[in-house]
Design a protein around this ligand. Structure first.
Ligand code: ADP
Length: 288
């Protein structure tokens, strides 16, 4: 199973070019779509999920055209949108049962087996009788995955799922997704670089509607090897450094700015060489 996105563009009625000639090949496994807010990630995901059409280009899931054969795609698609609403007064088990009926699981025994299996898989079995309104952010997201898996999808799309999760919940969620990705295409969008680093074997960075970089996170970091340097500077000197060097990252450490620069020659100005991080890769493409 492979998803091939070829030259896809989308301009909204207000003139915003949300996707510009986007092409990507996405194999089985965890694929991370990284980019700042407004990059076009949700637009791309909604288009893959058959919820809106692109203006041009094609998206093929194996030999199925997403635009021309929406029903066939929906049968093998699971989708967790960015805003996933739950009925707060329903229990996890009851809502999952309802959603299973809507997804065509009409045989009671099969449905019960599926619902129970998914409640176990997402670690919600013990709280299945509790109302969703009392669930934490992480539990809600795991419930969102459970409903997305009801039809045994071959393609699972999750849009910014880790926003608002605490580190423990996030880890649990990562583990769940990576288990699913062993035999499914999982596309995962985020603006959090650490999400990608921990989880994804392949990634794309999007900015302003375009794919600006694709590859394996480790290999992308290796490509920058030997070219990234770091220095702690005075805050007032930041602008001067930005003029003189390609500053890809500036952040505070104990209240003082630390800058990262990319340079093909060794800068002598007190800079020390460092191993490139995925964040450095990201900021070579996206201005900090
Ligand atoms: P991301 O998911 O990376 O934050 P989006 O796909 O949501 O990016 O948005 C890409 C661009 O398209 C943004 O400039 C956004 O404001 C705009 N946009 C998104 N949806 C719509 C819409 N329905 N109508 C008009 N503009 C939209």
């Amino acid at each position: 199973m492979k998803l091939v996105i070829d030259n896809v563009s989308k301009t909204y009625d207000n003139g915003v070019k949300a996707l510009q000639n986007v092409s990507l090949e996405i194999p089985k496994g965890m694929f991370g779509l990284l980019g700042p807010n407004g990059a076009g990630k949700s637009t791309l995901m909604r288009t893959i999920a058959t919820l809106q059409d692109a203006d041009n280009g094609s998206i093929m899931l194996n030999n199925i055209s997403v635009r021309d054969n929406k029903q066939a795609v929906r049968k093998i698609l699971g989708y967790l949108p960015q805003q996933f609403g739950v009925y707060p007064k329903m229990s996890a088990e009851v809502l999952l049962q309802h959603l299973a009926v809507l997804k065509g699981l009409t045989k009671k025994n099969e449905r019960n087996d599926m619902v129970n299996a998914l409640l176990h898989k997402t670690n919600l079995y013990d709280v299945r009788k509790q109302n969703l309104g009392g669930f934490s952010g992480g539990m809600k997201q795991r419930f969102g995955i459970a409903q997305a898996l009801l039809n045994n999808p071959r393609l699972l799309i999750v849009d910014e799922p880790t926003a608002g999760l605490d580190p423990k919940e996030r880890n649990r969620f990562y583990n769940l997704l990576s288990e699913i990705a062993e035999n499914t295409i999982v596309i995962f969008s985020t603006h959090i670089v650490d999400d990608i680093k921990e989880l994804c074997t392949q990634m794309a960075i999007m900015n302003k509607g375009k794919v600006v970089l694709t590859g394996n996170p480790l290999q992308l970091m290796e490509k920058l090897h030997g070219r990234v340097y770091q220095k702690t500077i005075e805050r007032r000197a930041l602008d001067a450094y930005k003029k003189q060097y390609t500053v890809i990252n500036d952040k505070l450490f104990l209240g003082k700015p630390i800058i990262h620069i990319v340079s093909d020659t060794v800068p002598n100005d007190g800079f020390v060489p460092i191993d490139a991080s995925l964040e450095d890769v990201y900021f070579t493409q996206i201005n900090p």
